[in-house]
Design a protein around this ligand. Structure first.
Ligand SMILES: [Zn+2]
Ligand SMILES: [Zn+2]
Length: 99
């Protein structure tokens, strides 16, 4: 298993992909972060200075940055459909309120 960390102590920050020698590590997936980077991840929960949980699934069902990126196109098109649908409703409302 390679989670970005190895015995030599070199680790790559999961967020910015740069080497991090210190900083919190995810207790769930073992990903390493810079303290600043971990703070940029909204759903990451700090347990203490050295431990973070970036895998805590949020209420919105987000799992990870990568997966939400992969899904963003689908989400976008379904959002557009929803907006279209909502606009249709609003149009109808306009018509009916004028009558
Ligand atoms: Zn970083
Ligand atoms: Zn994690």
């Amino acid at each position: 298993m390679s989670d970005g960390a190895d015995a030599s102590g070199q680790a790559l920050c999961k967020k910015c992909k740069k080497q991090t020698n210190s900083g919190p590590k995810c207790i769930t997936c073992g990903a390493n972060y810079h303290t600043i980077c971990a703070k940029l991840i909204k759903k990451a929960k700090f347990i203490n200075d050295n431990e973070v949980n970036c895998c805590a699934v949020s209420d919105t069902g987000e799992i990870s940055d990568c997966e939400s990126l992969a899904q963003s196109e689908d989400t976008f098109s379904s959002l557009r459909n929803e907006i279209k649908y909502l606009k249709t409703i609003i149009d109808h409302k306009d018509v009916s309120s004028r009558n």
